[in-house]
Ligand binder design. Structure first.
Ligand code: NAP
Length: 333
């Protein structure tokens, strides 16, 4: 699918972007990969590892529409990963988060339409489902923009979809590096926000593979959600430091006890496939008869029961303490 294609990744120097590019290079022969991000130092450092002649490094900000249009000329596929994603930073700097996550999303859509890009997948997060913090709210707005963008395609080939998943094991600013630092610094206890707190758990490679697969599955307009396990946060702390005490410190502003990926209020739009769910669009666009129960790969799904919710708290699959250690070790390879 990606052989001889030009692929642009906004946020290409981030955790997801680097793994995605590594995987593309291992499995395909892309004509060109464009890394699009702001910070020259991150790009310089990335070039020390990824210096193949078919990789181009573009400095640019998704907030800059002209630059987005320039960067996407001749591009076949876009993965939109650039985002501000720290919950407290978004609460404190709301307009900055809106500019990057919402205005930036609209610029990616506009540029894709101007340049007749074939397919665009935007990365979303569980925090976008029934959001309670600004980061989640901006990602929900972004999801809505990408779904509705299929309404603007006219007779162009461009199609847009989103992929929504939960905590990526070990990603920058996440709980594992936070606990690791406390353990390395000799902390006497690990802070646990709530004894009942749960999170969805996915490895970066599984996230990348899911996005790759959805380029072949998408009709346009879907929000794809993988079926992944949950962890209880105290089990994670036990797995990482079995001999350390755990202090309950209380839920932080903007945090949920459990994350949701398919809200009950979207159950009438949700279709279950063997290893994933799809939230189908609430509006109809380029093809009024589109049947989202069968994807472009021919896989078929079934509508979920009314009121169905896919939540980390009521997930069918939880990792035990031992399984968390195995999972994390594999995920960090
Ligand atoms: N990590 C997770 O646990 C997780 C879970 C679910 C969903 N996601 C989603 O996955 C995506 C990628 O996450 P990640 O973990 O790879 O994030 P990351 O490691 O923080 O990387 C973010 C990337 O975006 C770039 N960026 C930020 N603002 C930009 C802007 N205005 N214009 C252009 N580039 C910009 C950054 O580079 P510069 O700073 O140099 O611009 C960096 O390359 C995000 O959309 C996030 O919401 C992440």
């Amino acid at each position: 699918m990606f052989d001889d294609k030009t692929i642009l990744i906004t946020g290409g120097t981030g955790s997801f972007g680097k793994k995605y590019i590594q995987t593309l290079l291992e499995r395909f022969n892309p004509r060109k990969i464009i890394v699009f991000s702001r910070d020259e130092l991150k790009q310089f450092e990335m070039q020390q590892t990824f210096n193949q002649p078919n990789i181009r490094y573009f400095i640019g900000d998704v907030r800059d529409r002209e630059r987005m249009i320039q960067a996407t000329r001749g591009v076949d596929y876009i993965i939109h990963g650039a985002a501000l994603k720290q919950v407290p930073a978004a609460e404190y700097n709301p307009v900055e988060c809106i500019k990057t996550n919402i205005d930036g999303a609209q610029n990616v859509i506009h540029a894709a339409l101007v340049n007749d890009v074939d397919k665009v997948i935007a990365l979303s997060t569980d925090k976008a489902a029934s959001p309670i913090n600004l980061y989640g709210a901006t990602k929900l707005a972004s999801d809505k923009l990408f779904v509705a963008a299929n309404n603007m395609v006219g007779d162009r080939r461009t199609r847009f979809a989103a992929v929504r998943y939960g905590n990526v094991v070990g990603s920058r600013g996440s709980v594992i590096p936070f606990f690791e630092k406390l353990i390395a610094d000799g902390a006497e206890a690990l802070p646990i926000t709530d004894a009942d707190m749960t999170r969805f758990w996915i490895s970066l490679q599984d996230g990348v593979d899911f996005v790759l697969k959805n380029f072949t599955r998408m009709h346009g307009g879907e929000i794809f959600i993988p079926k992944i396990p949950s962890v209880r946060v105290p089990d994670l702390a036990t797995a990482m430091a079995p001999n350390l005490k755990q202090d309950i410190v209380g839920i932080r502003p903007g945090e949920k006890l459990h994350e949701v990926m398919c809200p009950a209020d979207d159950s009438h739009l949700t279709v279950e496939f063997s290893d994933h769910y799809v939230i189908t669009p609430s509006i109809r666009f380029y093809d009024h008869d589109m049947d989202y129960k069968e994807n472009a790969l021919g896989e078929t799904g079934t509508p979920v029961p009314r009121g169905f919710e896919y939540s980390s708290g009521s997930n069918e699959r939880f990792l035990s303490v031992d399984e968390i250690n195995d999972f994390n070790a594999k995920a960090m390879l």
